[in-house]
Design a protein around this ligand. Structure first.
Ligand code: NDP
Length: 293
């Protein structure tokens, strides 16, 4: 039987509607408009696309959106000074520095400079620690979006075998923490994992966050498993031009999996929706108000 397609785009639209309704209440009942500042250093075309779509989504949700586009030669000190200003700015509730930053800037230092309460990407070491110890944290947007789709599809995740392929700080590790918090039995696989297909075949839930086009094939998948594809890879089409594919061979895996996210239209839209939700969460926490679900 063919897999259920998990429509991230449609789910993200629902999340964005909920966020927008929450923003309307914050503005009407409390006179506060959540604000998100996005900082981009240099001219990375992919980053520019992300920043533009984040700004657009923020405005569409009725929030304040501020974009700071800095020259590639901007010094680390100037970037840190801007972050200091945004930390102090009462109208800004979320700050996101688009990664990667140019080589002469220490990304860890930049992330550490963001007020953890405004760290809507959830990359500050305080938020990493809070998440790792099961406390209230700002949770990185991509894994949060994956978790929301898994809960929507499967209900309780308790007791399930989950395999996360990839151990990056922005996707793999926080994803594993979230699945553990939801009482899955979690394995984190990576480039040194022995018999990766055998490890993945154990999983009820597979999250692929690798960056290798179509790596995961149907032989790796336990029949009925739920497969979340985080990968975004641009490949050449035989007829010319390029297209986006995930880390999962979609057509092949869809024959065996119980449910699967497509690329594009799966994890990507949920990531942006979760960024908006995190900004509202940050705003509500600051004001001591109820947070969005
Ligand atoms: P990283 O490059 O930081 O991490 C990739 C991970 O994959 C590493 O842990 C690496 O292992 C592992 N890996 C590499 N090759 C193999 C292999 N052959 N077998 C098993 N594991 C392997 O990537 P990110 O986590 O930042 O991103 C992963 C993918 O997700 C990318 O395609 C990225 O574009 C996409 N992405 C999508 C987002 C979205 O919104 N949809 C958001 C963020 C990322 P090791 O540690 O051993 O090197």
């Amino acid at each position: 039987m063919a897999a259920t397609v998990i429509d991230g785009k449609a789910f993200a639209a629902k999340v964005r509607e909920r966020v927008k309704a929450h923003v309307t209440r914050l503005v009407e009942e409390h006179g506060v408009m959540p604000g998100l500042a996005v900082v981009l250093v240099g001219e990375n075309p992919a980053s520019e696309v992300y920043v533009r779509s984040k700004g657009k989504a923020t405005r569409e949700a009725g929030m304040k959106s501020v974009e700071h586009k800095l020259d590639a030669a901007t010094s680390e000190a100037d970037l840190l000074a801007l972050i200091g200003e945004l930390n102090r700015d009462e109208t800004i509730h979320g700050i996101l520095v688009q990664l990667p930053v140019p080589d002469h800037i220490d990304a860890d230092k930049v992330l550490a400079a963001i007020d953890p309460a405004k760290d809507v990407d959830g990359f500050h070491i305080s938020n990493v620690g809070l998440l790792g110890t099961g406390q209230k944290a700002m949770v990185p947007c991509t894994p949060l979006g994956c978790l929301m789709m898994l809960r929507e599809e499967l209900g309780s995740l308790s007791g399930m075998e989950a395999v996360v392929i990839g151990r990056s700080n922005i996707v793999g590790k926080p994803m594993a923490q979230l699945l553990l918090k939801d009482s899955c039995t979690v394995t984190i696989a990576h480039s040194r994992t022995r018999d990766l297909p055998g490890v993945v075949r154990r999983a009820d839930i597979v999250v692929a966050a690798v960056g290798r086009p179509n790596m995961v094939t149907s032989e790796w998948i336990k029949p009925g498993a739920t497969v979340i594809d985080v990968g975004i890879n641009r490949i050449e089409k035989p007829e010319g031009g390029t297209r986006l594919v995930g880390d999962v061979d979609y057509e092949d895996v869809a024959k065996v999996a119980g449910a699967i996210t497509p690329v594009p239209g799966g994890v990507g839209p949920m990531t942006i929706a979760c960024l908006l939700a995190n900004t509202v969460t940050a705003c509500c926490r600051k004001l001591g108000l109820a947070e969005p679900e």
